[in-house]
Design a protein around this ligand. Structure first.
Ligand code: IMP
Ligand code: MG
Length: 185
């Protein structure tokens, strides 16, 4: 058993719980898409969902494509819609495909809301959202994931792909970051 990182307050999901989550979500996704007759494309949102995506998608025994996107989401400011900036885009057309967006965590909901619209506008037959973690208390737009691993309280979490200033992504668990780490910066 790995030692708890000194900057982590407590663990929210350990390796065993994460394994159970990815097994459960993969089973549901497999059941939902096994008879679709359409192309299935997992769109992995970089960088936070890399470990989640690799564990999840390996448990889905269906023909599929894996694509990556990297985006940053901006708040609406004085306008109502806001926008996203795409830094890494898909390498294939998603027209008529079933798309599953794979995200590490939903906070305000803006990233997935905008990305869903973007891919729907590109002609995807369907766009669903699969997230490892969800902080429902923080939602600013009415977005609900289709597949959720775990709901968590309004705390800043790191590990298993999630970062704070690009650190802690390689922790094998998801844990709450001590407030003293970001309060001192
Ligand atoms: P939103 O749902 O558009 O507000 O943004 C979700 C994104 O914010 C995620 O993909 C993460 O990159 C980041 N994020 C939100 N909460 C956390 C957290 O607790 N730890 C690490 N990253 C987070
Ligand atoms: Mg992210």
């Amino acid at each position: 058993m790995q030692q708890l990182h000194p900057d982590v307050e407590r663990i929210l999901a350990d390796e065993k719980q994460i394994d159970e989550i990815t097994t459960r979500l993969a089973k549901t996704i497999t059941k939902d898409y096994q008879n679709s007759g359409r192309d299935l494309v997992f769109v992995v949102i970089l960088k936070g969902s890399i470990f989640f995506a690799t564990d999840l998608i390996r448990k889905v025994p269906l023909d599929c494509n894996i694509e990556f996107m990297k985006v940053s989401s901006y708040g609406a400011g004085t306008t109502t819609s806001g926008f996203i900036q795409v830094h890494v885009d898909l390498k294939r057309d998603v027209k008529d495909a079933d798309v599953i967006l794979v995200e590490d965590i939903i906070d305000s909901g803006r990233t997935l809301e905008k990305l869903s619209h973007l891919l729907a506008n590109r002609g995807a037959h369907s766009v669903k959202c699969c997230t490892l973690l969800d902080k429902p208390e923080r939602r600013q737009v009415p977005l609900k994931a289709d597949y959720t691993g775990m709901e968590i309280p309004d705390e800043f979490v790191v590990g298993y792909g999630l970062d704070y200033n690009e650190r802690y992504r390689n922790l094998p668990y998801v844990g709450i970051l001590k407030r003293s780490v970001y309060a001192s910066e």
